[in-house]
Design a protein around this ligand. Structure first.
Ligand code: ZN
Length: 212
């Protein structure tokens, strides 16, 4: 996985810009689609759901460039609490919607698609995208970025993710001998800015008694 390295503030900013412009020249039309992932106009209920948004995008590859040409799913936010279904992560639901959309081609695989998501996908969602033959994943904040941070959901603070320490989507895919690509850290400051007002850093986990 490529991700810019921390350093002094100025070089960090330059490294961020360079990293992002490299991604944008490889994945055409990435920025506007990713910006919409962080848009305030999205149905975005931060007080009821983990604020994670995902979309599956169809690409056309010309030489080494991926042109993102069509949204294969709508923009999807988490609906775990609204649906009382712990499997309804934004990424997994986006993958399912994209698969349904494939019916127009009479096929189900997403081998010409990329998953864009604001947070590094968990093992379930990464496995799901692998299962449908997805080509690659681009995400903003990593699981590591969010470790130890809590977010206000449904009246209580909950930890962001529950993957074990050391987990990464890239490592997970390597262990499965997958050649799916993973690029993390894209627009992560912008994504964090959107999430930060609802976060808590040193709290202890308070169980959400409203969710059974
Ligand atoms: Zn997930």
């Amino acid at each position: 996985m490529q991700e810019y390295l921390p350093g002094i503030e100025l070089s960090l900013e330059l490294a961020k810009r360079q990293y992002e412009s490299e991604l944008e020249s490889k994945f055409l039309d990435l920025r506007p689609r990713f910006e919409r992932l962080t848009s305030e106009e999205l149905p975005y209920p931060p007080l009821t759901e983990m604020p994670i948004t995902a979309i599956v995008v169809l690409f056309k590859k010309v030489d080494e460039t991926y042109e993102l040409i069509l949204n294969e799913s709508p923009y999807i936010t988490n609906t775990v609490n609204q649906t009382r279904n712990s499997l309804n992560h934004a990424e997994k639901v986006a993958i399912e919607k994209a698969q349904k959309n494939r019916l127009r081609f009479q096929r189900k695989h997403l081998s010409d698609c990329i998953l864009l998501t604001t947070v590094e996908p968990c093992a379930m969602c990464t496995e799901a995208f692998l299962h449908v033959g997805g080509k690659g994943i681009i995400f903003g904040l990593s699981q590591k970025d969010l470790r130890g941070k809590y977010i206000f959901v449904n009246g209580v603070y909950k930890p962001f993710r529950t993957e074990p320490e050391g987990y990464s989507a890239e490592k997970f895919l390597q262990e499965r001998n997958s050649n799916m690509f993973v690029h993390g850290g894209y627009m992560k400051e912008e994504i964090w800015k959107r999430m930060e007002p609802f976060t808590y850093l040193d709290g202890e986990y308070i169980e959400d008694k409203n969710i059974l």
